[in-house]
Design a protein around this ligand. Structure first.
Ligand code: PEP
Ligand code: MG
Length: 324
């Protein structure tokens, strides 16, 4: 399938109305690294660091992690890699951690909540990342930030580790970018100070959708009832785009929907300029986006909404058929 899109692999993704959409890849295992060269990805928009923890039967050591992260940064040859700190709990349970008995794991003690309550592992991971960078630029993203204070606490951990590294005489990154994932609706309404402070936001559509519609992402029966192209959801995303534009906050989208062609087109039409997806999706998404006018798609979306449609999918599909 990659062959089919080889001719546009090196091309920028510019839509028919001249808008540049940046396409990045999701990764997490060393086996994903060759895709950095052969998918046409501009960088890694989401590196799921928990995968390295999940494939072992004991907690990895700092030196091992630093070596792994260094390999990732070496393979990226200066392309931006967004390292997401450990995102465990809910559907991702470490075999060597005591499982929590929770009635609602998706709403439970997971991701940044675990990291802030038991900061040891995150500190070790942050130190491994800083060492792996060896002075190169580094990008770190915190998962599942639901409120401003969690971001401030996580950021504070970075500052402490950074100060310690400096004290120890280790090189620190020439540029450090710190961001958060927007996976709960609450963060869209965080105080302006949050939007001013955070260096970038990435929408974790898989979790966000589950909480937006109160529909378990693991439960096919309820999950399938709600379309990503639902007008309420797109309107919500549009609000996030506007807040980010107003405060100059870099915004991306890294859930699975970014790799679905029609969804990606609609996300771009709503104003999301950075999409991160599985490497195999980059060709098909780029190919579709380059053929269409995002302003026109946006109008189709708004018209369908004004007509009381629940989902804009039919309207967009009709437009694509008639203008393809
Ligand atoms: C998401 O929630 O959309 C996301 C990218 O993170 P994960 O799928 O790893 O929870
Ligand atoms: Mg998530």
């Amino acid at each position: 399938a990659q062959e089919r899109y080889a001719s546009i692999r090196e091309a920028d993704c510019i839509t028919a109305d001249g808008q540049h959409i940046h396409l990045h890849m999701n990764a997490g295992l060393m086996a994903d690294l060759p895709s950095l060269d052969n998918s046409g990805a501009e960088g890694v928009g989401l590196f799921r660091t928990e995968l390295q923890f999940l494939i072992r039967n004991q907690m990895p050591k700092r030196t091992e992690l630093a070596a792994l992260y260094k390999r990732v940064l070496d393979a990226a040859h200066g392309k931006r890699v967004v390292f997401r700190t450990l995102d465990i709990g809910s559907d991702k349970v470490l075999p060597y951690m005591k499982p929590q008995e929770e009635p609602n794991p998706a709403l439970g003690w997971r991701a940044i909540r675990v990291a802030l309550d038991r900061p040891g592992v995150m500190r070790m991971q942050l130190q491994a990342l800083l060492r792996a960078a060896e002075g190169r630029p580094l990008t770190i993203m915190f998962p599942f930030i639901a409120q401003y204070s969690e971001y401030k606490m996580a950021r504070n951990e970075v500052d402490k580790v950074l100060a310690r590294e400096t004290r120890l005489g280790h090189k620190v990154p020439e540029r450090l970018e710190i961001g958060a994932m927007l996976e709960t609706p609450s963060l869209a309404y965080a105080p302006q100070q949050f939007f001013d402070e955070v260096q970038f936001l990435s929408i974790g559509g898989n979790d966000l959708k589950q909480f937006f519609f109160a529909a378990d992402r693991e439960n096919e029966r309820v999950r399938r009832r709600y379309d990503t192209l639902n007008v309420s959801f797109l309107t919500f995303l549009e609000g996030v785009v506007r807040r980010c534009e107003d405060s100059g906050t870099h915004l991306s989208f890294c859930g699975e929907d970014a790799g679905r062609t029609v969804e990606a087109l609609c996300l771009a039409a709503m104003g999301i300029r950075n999409l991160s997806m599985r490497p195999a999706s980059i060709g098909p998404v780029k190919s579709l986006l380059m053929r269409y006018n995002l302003n026109e798609i946006r109008q189709v979306i708004h018209e369908a909404g004004a007509n009381g449609e629940q989902s804009v999918r039919n309207a967009v599909m009709t437009y694509l058929r008639e203008n393809g």
